[in-house]
Structures are given as structure tokens and as C-alpha cells.
Design a protein around this ligand. Structure first.
Ligand code: 8X3
Length: 252
């Protein structure tokens, strides 16, 4: 029997790379997609998968990803995206909002559209990795809150559109996850600001925690659709309610 095929976008690090590794351990052949080909090539080599250079804002790249994935895709994990900036609306960089919308919403839509025939052919599953930023606004979050709320609507609309077809549409909304790059990218490479996000938090989630939940969703019996999982560290009771061992100036 041929191996099940999974496609993971944003597989060059963090949740995407952890998910690719975990799905490979579950027996999937994983197409590891990201802009940074060197990273996904190394990952694909490590897990016996396939590397695909893919910027999800590019029609041509996404067409190439669909071709690399083939005619049957059992699992698509829409993970690529992220946050840029944490400025209040008064002085937010609207270009950063454009980037966040272009990746989290439009890019995810583009990938989903391109791979949908292959997911349907395999009677497969699509998992959208959104965020608890889609649940509630927070100061400085407007652009990211809006983008992730927008991405959430893709998952909801798609589930309605495919009702009656043998395709599952799932969403996972992670809260605080300490990965090497999420906050670093958000703060334009400012390591001190990135570190402050997790300062004094005993155990933020790690990428593997989210990968574990994605793998669980994807490996339920095919009639079981896990609509949405909200996953946070125990120390985070809500977006604004984070237990820290000491006050962290500047951290949310
Ligand atoms: C990451 C969670 O709190 O930075 O998507 O919005 S948060």
C-alpha cells in the first residue's frame, strides 16, 4: 500500500517542522514546503520526505507545490503565516498588515484552492493552523488578530462548502508557543523583545505540543471531524492572563 501523503506549509521551522517530523513518524510521506529550500531539503532528508520551495504568496510556487504533491493528498496542514509587529493602530505599519493578510489569509486560500482536488481525490483532511489571536483582540494585535480571524473564516466556509463530501476540515488555534522564530520575526529580529514574550513563563507550549495535537486530529477515524482545538500552556488562561514567575516589563 502506498504511503499517505501529507503537505505541510511553513515547514522550515517551528510548528511546521515539528508537524512534518511527527507526521513522518505516523507513517506519512511529508511534502515539506517553505521558502527556505535549504531548510526543507535537510528536513525532508531527515524524515524521508519531499522538499518543495514554496512562497505561498506566489501563484507559480503554489502551482509547483501542487505538482510536487501529486494527485492524492491525504492531509494538508496550512501552517505558513505569522505575525509582523505589535504596534497599536495609532502607529502600526500598514505594510505589515498587508504582509500578514497576504500570507495568513490569501496564501492559505491559494494553497487550499490549489490542493483541494488532490485532497478530495484522497478523501483527506485539511488542518488550518490559526491562533488564539483569532479569538480576541489584544493591544498591538489588530493586524494579526484580523489576519488570523480571517484565516479562521476560510476554515469555516470550507467546512460548509464540503459538507456531504468525504473531506475533513479542522482548525487548531495555538496560544503561547515558544518557537525559535515566531516572536523574533514579529519583532523584526529583536531577540530581547522576543525573549520578553516568554519571560518568567515556566512552560510555554513548544512546537511539538502543537504537532502532537495536529497528528491526533488527523488520525481520528475518518467520520470524526475535530472542528477546532484551542491549545495553550497551563500558565496562559486567556490571551491576557499569563502566569509569570516575576513581572516582565514590556511583555504582554
Ligand atoms: C500566537 C499567539 O498570543 O502571539 O499566534 O497572538 S499570540
Amino acid at each position: 500500500m502506498n504511503s499517505r501523503i501529507a503537505v505541510v506549509t511553513g515547514a522550515s521551522g517551528g510548528i511546521g517542522a515539528a508537524t512534518a517530523r511527527r507526521l513522518a513518524a505516523e507513517g506519512f510521506t511529508v511534502v515539506c514546503a517553505a521558502r527556505r529550500l535549504d531548510r526543507v531539503t535537510a528536513l525532508a532528508h531527515e524524515i524521508g520526505g519531499i522538499a518543495a520551495a514554496c512562497d505561498i504568496t506566489s501563484d507559480a510556487d503554489v502551482a509547483g507545490l501542487a505538482e510536487a504533491a501529486g494527485e492524492r493528498v491525504d492531509l494538508l496542514v496550512n501552517n505558513a503565516g505569522g505575525a509582523v509587529g505589535l504596534e497599536p493602530i495609532a502607529n502600526a505599519d500598514i505594510d505589515a498588515w498587508t504582509t500578514m493578510y497576504a500570507t495568513n489569509v490569501l496564501g492559505t486560500g491559494r494553497v487550499t484552492q490549489a490542493l483541494l482536488p488532490a485532497v478530495k481525490a484522497a478523501e483527506g483532511t485539511i488542518v488550518f493552523v490559526t491562533s488564539t489571536a483569532a479569538d480576541a483582540a489584544y493591544e498591538g494585535g489588530a493586524g494579526y488578530n484580523a489576519a488570523k480571524a480571517g484565516e479562521r473564516m476560510l476554515a469555516g466556509a470550507l467546512r460548509l462548502e464540503l459538507c456531504g463530501e468525504p473531506v475533513r476540515v479542522c482548525e487548531i488555534a495555538p496560544g503561547m508557543v515558544h518557537t525559535e522564530e515566531f516572536s523574533l520575526v514579529r519583532f523584526g529580529g529583536d531577540q530581547a523583545k522576543a525573549d520578553a514574550v516568554y519571560d518568567g513563563v515556566a512552560e510555554p507550549l513548544i512546537a511539538e505540543d502543537v504537532a502532537d495535537a495536529i497528528a491526533w486530529m488527523a488520525t481520528r477515524p475518518s467520520h470524526v471531524n475535530i472542528d477546532r482545538i484551542v491549545i495553550r500552556p497551563r500558565a496562559q488562561a486567556a490571551n491576557h492572563k499569563v502566569h509569570r514567575s516575576h513581572p516582565a516589563p514590556g511583555a504582554r
